[in-house]
Design a protein around this ligand. Structure first.
Ligand SMILES: Nc1nc2c(ncn2[C@@H]2O[C@H](COP(=O)(O)OP(=O)(O)O)[C@@H](O)[C@H]2O)c(=O)[nH]1
Ligand SMILES: [Mg+2]
Length: 324
């Protein structure tokens, strides 16, 4: 049985994660070479997508040279790590990151935004460390203006504050962000929590109207709790696709309000056009396997079977199984 095209797209996207520039071009070419050369149908769609990606990567490679601070978005959400120098942003990024970041490129003197992918609740999220945002950033001090523009493009941010440091340090950063009119969804990481004096985190909580999450890179449990806070911060919902009686282990992440049609669109535009409805298990369903329309709004954790002409017929005849 050939690999379903939906799965094929997921495999392709996974092969491209973390690859940019020449490396991405090479991988895209390799994938194109492996793909059947049909003139129409899903394979032709995938081929078209790959060619567009190839063109975009080439353009981007040129743009990145001109603006070395640009960060290419990856994953379901982009979350910026912001804070004064030395609060532990790089260490936190490293502790959360999927891949080991080379320290040569990336020592304690971070001067450019540093992206890293991390998996939260099964979803890939991009974290971007914004290096030392300090007083005067607006006026362009320390490349501040370009950094603020990177920040503006993020979906949310984590304000990192050394739990032992004076509160004024955090206030300086917040004043800078407020003056630049940056108003992203925000949580505060009380960093280096292992060193913090007793009561420091509680005092922060009392002084702030934001969620405060204590974290120490030396404490794995705190890192996991922080990951959970990151997931809430994305504001996304996870939907698990079901087809042929099987449920995908990897969720797709959608921005609410997310409908069955949105889930279909996330898989493939063609599927969204052919969608006739869905069956739903989970919080948005009144009962297991409820039949709903394309406009039905989904909840975090729902399992969804997308119904479209030519879709797999559940537990029926496996030879009748189609790409989706
Ligand atoms: N004890 C302790 N030290 C930390 C922690 N996180 C970072 N550090 C130390 O704090 C210093 C600054 O960390 P770094 O990640 O470079 O901060 P950044 O400038 O905000 O990126 C380094 O010496 C780190 O080893 C932590 O959770 N606990
Ligand atoms: Mg750093």
């Amino acid at each position: 049985m050939p690999m379903p095209h939906r799965t094929q797209m997921q495999v392709i996207k996974r092969r491209l994660v973390g690859k940019d520039g020449a490396e991405r071009v090479r991988e895209l070419r390799a994938i194109l070479a492996e793909l059947p050369n049909y003139k129409s149908g899903p394979y032709a769609d995938i081929r078209k997508w790959l060619n567009a990606e190839l063109a975009a990567t080439r353009t981007r490679a040129r743009v990145v040279h001109r603006d070395s601070l640009a960060v290419r978005r990856e994953g379901a959400a982009q979350i910026a790590l912001v804070g004064a120098p030395n609060v532990g942003k790089s260490s936190l990024l490293q502790a959360l990151s999927q891949v080991q970041i080379k320290t040569g490129d990336y020592a304690f003197t971070t001067t450019r935004p540093a992206p890293a992918l991390t998996r939260v609740e099964g979803v890939l999220v991009q974290l971007v460390e914004i290096p030392g945002l300090i007083a005067g950033a607006r006026a362009g001090r320390g490349g501040g203006r370009a950094l603020l523009s990177v920040l503006r493009g993020a979906d949310a941010m984590v304000l990192c504050h050394d739990a032992s440091a004076p509160f004024a340090e955090l206030e300086t950063v917040r004043a800078e962000l407020a003056a630049a009119s940056i108003s992203l969804r925000t949580i505060v990481a009380a960093t280096r929590a292992d060193e913090a004096p007793a009561g420091a985190v509680d005092r922060l909580r009392a002084a702030l109207e934001l969620e405060v999450v204590p974290v120490s890179v030396l404490d794995d449990a705190s890192i996991e709790a922080f990951r959970a806070a990151l997931w809430r911060l994305t504001g996304l919902v996870r939907v698990f696709l079901r087809s042929g009686g099987e449920i995908d282990r990897e969720p797709i992440a959608l921005r609410p309000p997310a409908t069955a049609a949105d889930a279909a669109r996330a898989v493939h535009g063609d599927l969204a056009r052919r969608l006739r409805g869905a069956r739903v298990w989970g919080a948005s369903a009144r009962f297991d396997g409820q039949r709903v329309g394309a406009a039905h709004e989904l909840c975090d954790g729902d399992v969804v079977e997308l119904l479209a002409p030519g879709a797999p017929s559940g537990r029926g005849d496996p030879s009748a199984r189609r790409p989706w």
